[in-house]
Design a protein around this ligand. Sequence first.
Ligand SMILES: NC(=O)c1ccc[n+]([C@@H]2O[C@H](COP(=O)([O-])OP(=O)(O)OC[C@H]3O[C@@H](n4cnc5c(N)ncnc54)[C@H](OP(=O)(O)O)[C@@H]3O)[C@@H](O)[C@H]2O)c1
Length: 240
Amino acid sequence: MKTVLITGGNKGIGFETAKQLSKLGYKVYIGCRSENNALEALKSLKNQGLNSVDWIQLDVADSKSIEQGKIELASKIDSLDILINNAGISGIQPQKFCHNNIKTLRNIFDTNFFGTVEVTQEFFSLLKKAEQPIIINISSEVASLEIHSSTGKDPNLEIWSAYGASKTAVNAFTVMLANELEDSPFKVFSVTPGYTSTDLNDHQGTKTVEEGATPIVKIANKPTLFTSGKFYGDQGEVSW
Ligand SMILES: NC(=O)c1ccc[n+]([C@@H]2O[C@H](COP(=O)([O-])OP(=O)(O)OC[C@H]3O[C@@H](n4cnc5c(N)ncnc54)[C@H](OP(=O)(O)O)[C@@H]3O)[C@@H](O)[C@H]2O)c1
């Protein structure tokens, strides 16, 4: 049975991804910072007949927790087939760069960028033991510099500046890591769920979590159909 770790898997898109992958026969571990939220999530999945799910304690913004999380997972499995770096925050708004928002920016980068990099580095040794290790970094359309530069001034984009920049950095990580790993069995992707109704955007998103999780699950389940080092969404490749 293939193994998956989904950070921030207790709610939203991460939870739905856990549900869909579990239905497809994967052994899914959700990484959660709150035990209560993790147990609630597991209960809900088990009530739906999905028993191949477990959790590990994991706060992606805390190095010690990441280290402990790896030790915990390594005590349960020998190898990790898929890592989905999903945990993320949108941060306090407004986020215009011409305002003094450096604390917000650092905060968001701690979780979205540094968290993604550090979790990947820590769990790398477990991934390396899998036949074809897959790393999926959850990104966003607001990461796309092409979209920002072609759209120009847009109040709908400006409110996400700090968040968007953190996801642009995640995309840089995806490309550079994919290049580093080119001569290995690893595949590394950035994937955007699209604007999805979750707590992250006070449920303003227009997609359901089922729709948001779909491109993530597709790539996790059929990675050979996709090119490592690329950025994907539900309509195929997204421009950087
Ligand atoms: N919703 C959208 O429209 C949209 C669009 C593009 C990309 N995304 C991305 O999709 C991913 C999932 O977001 P979502 O919309 O499902 O949001 P969500 O419902 O708010 O879920 C976010 C998840 O991340 C977890 N998390 C946050 N900080 C964490 C930390 N330091 N350590 C561990 N877990 C942490 C949360 O845990 P707690 O319950 O403990 O807070 C929660 O499980 C994020 O990376 C987001 O940027 C979302």
